[in-house]
Design a protein. Structure first.
Length: 166
């Protein structure tokens, strides 16, 4: 075989691949374009969700912490990550209080439970340095917590709304 024949085969192969890609991609592109122009998702298409936040925002910090902490607790092989997350987000002097609470209650002091919730919601309370957390365990059973933070956005207390102490 000479180089001219090899070059022709490569060109044919490239053209064939390009044709296949166009055959598959073109209808997909038209569908996406049609969806974009109608503004409404087609049947079975999920609405797009977004999450945003700022590292300097108490609400974002608590939401990031609880999301990561719950994921780490669900991953039973990675108990060390939950400990690292505590060390990063919770002020060191309060970690001692969490440990005391856990010993007394035989439960996780961050979640205030022995297991891991199915969902969680974090919302602003309107008070500086205070965030509300709702943990949902299933069948609409919830635990409501109040999380206090210092100026550096580190957790200084986790408690029940309306109850002093932890």
């Amino acid at each position: 075989m000479n180089s001219n024949t090899t070059t022709r085969r490569r060109i044919r192969r490239t053209a064939l691949i390009a044709g296949l890609v166009a055959t598959v991609a073109l209808p997909l592109g038209l569908t996406a374009s049609a969806q974009a122009t109608t503004g409404a998702p087609t049947a079975g298409a999920a609405a797009q969700r977004t999450v945003s936040g700022r590292a300097s925002d108490d609400l974002t910090r608590v939401a990031d912490f609880y999301g990561a902490y719950i994921d780490a607790r669900l991953d039973s092989e990675n108990g060390g990550l939950a400990t690292e997350l505590r060390a990063f987000y919770v002020r060191p002097d309060y970690l001692g209080e969490v440990a005391k609470w856990e010993e007394l209650n035989q439960a996780d002091g961050i979640l205030r439970a022995q297991n891991v919730p199915l969902t969680w919601t974090v919302r602003d309370t309107g008070a500086a340095g205070r965030v509300a957390v709702t943990l949902t365990w299933g069948q609409s059973v919830t635990t409501r917590l109040v999380v206090d933070l210092d100026r550096n956005h580190r957790i200084t207390r986790i408690g029940v709304p309306g109850v002093g102490g932890n």
